[in-house]
Design a protein around this ligand. Structure first.
Ligand code: DAT
Ligand code: MG
Length: 150
């Protein structure tokens, strides 16, 4: 099923100069970019984005980290991309994430795990709408698509 997901390269990915490394993996998979913005999340937006975690012990630290510098917020499209990106990202705790995954290869700690990806179609819809207007989402065709999706 063709889906869209919301992805964010968090401030540690930007600070560490890992944008191209991570974007390269997503592009090489064949997923298609739909929208991108480089922005420092205002606190209120960060709190809305992570609303499901409000009240948990790590919430204040999470908001501080995620608003500490610019992030790259994005929408990407692909076949079953929501679960596919969760696999490419690896487990939330990088010390448990498999080698070959973004978190498994490039990160050490849950509080510095480089990337966010929506965890369900409902979250993807909510998160895309939270960060992007309709006119910021590009609908476009790539001639190479039939060589990846039959
Ligand atoms: P994911 O980012 O894999 O969807 P999540 O939605 O459970 O994971 O949590 C969101 C983020 O919150 C996660 O990327 C890092 C932070 N976080 C989660 N659990 C944590 C914990 N136990 N200690 C510190 N940070 C945590
Ligand atoms: Mg999550």
């Amino acid at each position: 099923m063709m889906e869209r997901t919301f992805l964010m390269l968090k401030p540690d990915a930007i600070q560490r100069g890992l944008m191209s490394e991570i974007l390269g993996r997503i592009e090489a998979k064949g997923y298609k970019p739909v929208a991108m913005k480089f922005m420092r999340l205002p606190k209120e937006l960060a709190e809305r984005h992570y609303g499901e975690h409000k009240g948990k012990p790590f919430f204040p630290g999470l908001i501080e980290y995620i608003t500490s510098g610019p992030s790259l917020v994005m929408v990407w499209e692909g076949e079953n991309i929501i679960s596919g990106m969760r696999v490419l990202m690896g487990k939330t705790n990088p010390s448990e994430a498999s080698p070959g995954t973004i978190r498994g290869d490039l990160a050490q700690q849950t509080g510095r795990n480089l990337i966010h990806g929506s965890d369900s179609p409902e979250s993807a819809k909510r998160e895309i709408e939270l960060f992007f207007n309709d006119y910021e989402l590009q609908t476009w065709d790539r001639s190479v698509q039939p060589w990846m999706i039959e």
